[in-house]
Write a protein that binds this ligand. Structure first.
Ligand code: SF4
Length: 315
C-alpha cells in the first residue's frame, strides 16, 4: 500500500509541509484548517477537557485526515519540557481506539528532522532527507522575510505566548490580521525559524531585533524567572521585556487553555507590566472562545493604546 501522509495544519507553514512531501515522493493529504468540528473531535477522543487546545485541535485534524485515507501522520515534536512531546503517543492511542491503522510519527523541527524523515520512510536515502530539510529551511527563510519591525507611526503591539496558538490563525481567530485592520502594527518573534534556530535568534543574528536590547531583555528575564519552564514561557518573559524596552505600546499574551508554561509565567508578565509600565493583555483561547467577545476585547485594547500613544505624543 502506498504511503499517504498528512499532518495537522500549521498556519502559513502548511504549504511547506506539502512541498517537502512532494519532494520526498509522498502523497500528501492536505489537512482541513482547524475548525470547531476538528477541535470537538479531538476533545471527544482525548476524553479530557484538561488536554491543551493544540493537542485537541491536532488530533481532530488527524482524524479528519484518516477519514480521507491517510496512512501516516506527522506530529511536530517540540523535544521540550512540556507535555507536548507526549501528544503523539496519546493521539496514536486515540486513533487506534477509533479503528484507524494510521501511524503517528513524531518529527523534530531542527537538525533531527532528516533522521525522523527516514524513520517515517526508510526507503528515503539519508542525502535526500537532508536535501529536503535544507530546501525546507530555505522556504522558511524566504517566506519569513516580511516579518519586519513595526513602523513608528502606528500603535505597536508585541505578541508573546504559545507558538502554535500564535502561528495558527484558525486557532487564534486571525488575531494578527484583526489587529492590523484595527490600525495596529504587530510584531512576533515566535516564527518557525525561531523554533529551528532559537540560539541564533536569541543572539539577534537572524531576526530584525535590536541585538543589544535583546541581550538586556534576556538578562532581566533571568532575574524575573531563573528556571527553564518549557514551551515558550521563558521567551514570553524575554520578549515582553524587549517590547517594553523598545517602547512598544502594549503586549498581548496569547495562551491556549490549559497551557502549563504560559499559565506559570502569567504572574511574571503582570509584574513586568507594572514594573515597565507596559499594558499586557492576556488572551486565553479555548474550545469555547467566542469570536465576537475576542473582537470586542481587541478593539478596546487597541483603542486604549491609541489614546495613550496620542497623549504621550502631546496630540
Ligand atoms: S506549550 Fe502549553 S499548550 Fe503547548 S503543548 Fe505545552 S502545555 Fe500544551
Amino acid at each position: 500500500m502506498s504511503m499517504k501522509i498528512s499532518c495537522p495544519p500549521f498556519g502559513n507553514y502548511t504549504p511547506l509541509i506539502k512541498e517537502l512531501s512532494d519532494y520526498l515522493g509522498w502523497e500528501f493529504i492536505i489537512p482541513a484548517p482547524p475548525s470547531e468540528k476538528s477541535v470537538a473531535l479531538g476533545t471527544k477522543h482525548l476524553a479530557s477537557e484538561l488536554m491543551c487546545l493544540p493537542a485537541k485541535s491536532t488530533l481532530g485534524s488527524m482524524i479528519q485526515a484518516c477519514e480521507l485515507g491517510a496512512t501516516d501522520l506527522i506530529m511536530f515534536d517540540s523535544c521540550g519540557l512540556c507535555r507536548q512531546k507526549a501528544y503523539w503517543i496519546l493521539q496514536q492511542r486515540a486513533l487506534r481506539k477509533l479503528g484507524y491503522s494510521a501511524t503517528v510519527h513524531p518529527v523534530r523541527l531542527g537538525l533531527g528532522t532528516p533522521r525522523d524523515i527516514q524513520a517515517i520512510d526508510p526507503s528515503i536515502p539519508f542525502w535526500k532527507a537532508w536535501c529536503g530539510f535544507i530546501k525546507a529551511i530555505r522556504w522558511v527563510f524566504e517566506h519569513e522575510k516580511g516579518a519586519e519591525v513595526p513602523n513608528d507611526s502606528q500603535v505597536k503591539i508585541g505578541i508573546v505566548g504559545e507558538i502554535y496558538t500564535v502561528l495558527e490563525p484558525a486557532v487564534n481567530k486571525n488575531l494578527i490580521k484583526k489587529l492590523e485592520k484595527m490600525g495596529a502594527s504587530v510584531h512576533n518573534f515566535l516564527t518557525l525559524s525561531y523554533f529551528i534556530s532559537e540560539k541564533f535568534h536569541l543572539k539577534g543574528w537572524m531576526s530584525h531585533a535590536d541585538r543589544e536590547i535583546l541581550q538586556m531583555a534576556m538578562r532581566k528575564s533571568h532575574e524575573y524567572f531563573p528556571l527553564e519552564i518549557g514551551g515558550h514561557g521563558n521567551e514570553a518573559i524575554t520578549f515582553a521585556i524587549y517590547y517594553a524596552l523598545k517602547k512598544f505600546d502594549g503586549v498581548i499574551h496569547l495562551l491556549p487553555f490549559p497551557c502549563m508554561p504560559e499559565a506559570t509565567v502569567s504572574p511574571v508578565l503582570d509584574d513586568i507590566s507594572r514594573d515597565f509600565g507596559i499594558p499586557v493583555m492576556r488572551l486565553i483561547i479555548d474550545t469555547h472562545t467566542a469570536e465576537a467577545g475576542l473582537d470586542t476585547r481587541l478593539e478596546a485594547f487597541v483603542d486604549i493604546l491609541e489614546r495613550k500613544n496620542r497623549t504621550r505624543k502631546g496630540e
